[in-house]
Design a protein around this ligand. Structure first.
Ligand SMILES: [Zn+2]
Ligand SMILES: [Zn+2]
Length: 335
């Protein structure tokens, strides 16, 4: 156990720990301790249970002041990952999985050249660093740091809408991140995507959230799964997505690498909860395969490719109005 884990699970397994399983969590949540926040930890914990979330990360603006407030309200879940949002002068970032009371500095901008030192500090404490809402359209919200040194990119922040001027520009964030796997894979790594609600007000929690394949409902296991990209983003808790790739007798899931041995790769995606939506599979050649979903919202798609044509494959599911309903991290394909 890391120290952060120990502090959160002093009395054995968290409620809802199902061993290696998919867990739903919201990695960017504010309480009344953040400007604009209207919900107490007690209310947020109750809302998370009602929504069916297994975990949430508390990410107040520039304070660890509420780290100690959650234990009294989460005996029946959710698991709370301690974090912070650092609202720097030139972009916001999240520290996830920091020790209780740990405060990350935020009083700098990209020209100060100090961001690397602060990321190192979080990594040394066992945490992850997330580039938050990189194309948020308000002053200081737009992310000006290189992604280098960050573990994750929050490509989906709040409702997926382009008609609300103050809303994070998720389409731009996805377009920027979507180029990443192709380029980064040459260096042997890529930077996974997450999605979170950035909840400040009632009714925002879990819209969207990240669904993670972790070895257990523990901070350390969740962070490891997020870092590895064994995750997809759900627009709501009613949405389901699975993605696998198989070559010969080998099968890989989201975040895995599939050694194809030159064999044909069968990609299989299953969706539920997206009536009359559209499922698309993306590779470094862009949108490679598109299938409409029926009115029931449930569908299964199989598509064949090979490592020569696709170094990775990932899935997007659009709702009938064009907004995103679900989005997966890639499966990496190698010869
Ligand atoms: Zn922010
Ligand atoms: Zn925030």
């Amino acid at each position: 156990m890391t120290s952060a884990e120990e502090s959160l699970a002093p009395h054995g397994p968290a409620p809802g720990d199902r061993g290696r399983a998919w867990y739903r969590g919201d990695c960017h949540v504010h309480s009344t301790a953040s400007s604009g926040g209207e919900l107490s930890p007690r209310q947020l914990a109750a809302d998370a249970r009602a929504a069916g979330l297994d975990f949430l990360a508390v990410t107040e603006h520039n304070t660890a002041g509420t780290h100690g407030a959650w234990a009294a309200h989460t005996a029946e879940g959710p698991l709370v990952v301690l974090g912070q949002e650092a609202t720097t002068r030139t972009g916001h970032w999240l520290a996830l999985g920091i020790p209780p009371g740990h405060v990350v500095d935020w009083e700098y901008g990209v020209r100060d050249g100090v961001i690397g030192r602060h990321l190192d500090e979080v990594h040394r404490a066992g945490g992850l660093c997330v580039a938050a809402h990189p194309h948020a359209p308000y002053p200081s919200g737009t992310f000006m740091y290189p992604f280098e040194g960050f573990d994750l990119v929050e490509v989906w922040n709040g409702p997926w809408r382009s008609d609300v001027p103050w809303q994070a520009d998720n389409e731009a964030a996805l377009a920027e991140w979507g180029r990443g796997p192709a380029a980064d894979l040459r260096r042997g790594r890529w930077r996974p995507a997450i999605g979170s609600s950035d909840t400040h007000l009632p009714g925002q929690l879990a819209l969207p959230h990240t669904v993670v394949l972790a070895d257990g409902l523990r901070t350390g296991a969740l962070l490891a799964a997020l870092r590895a990209g064994r995750s997809w983003i759900a627009g709501s808790t009613g949405t389901g997505l699975s993605l696998t790739a198989a070559a010969g007798h080998r099968t890989a899931g989201i975040g895995d690498r599939l050694a194809t041995g030159g064999a044909t790769v069968t990609v299989r995606a299953e969706v539920r909860g997206v009536p009359s939506g559209v499922l698309s599979l993306h590779t470094e050649r862009g949108r490679a395969h598109t299938v409409p979903l029926p009115g029931s919202g449930t569908g299964t798609v199989e598509w064949e490719t090979g490592a020569a044509d696709a170094g990775f494959v990932r899935a997007e599911v659009r709702a009938s109005d064009g907004g995103m309903a679900a989005l997966s991290n890639p499966i990496v394909l190698s010869a």
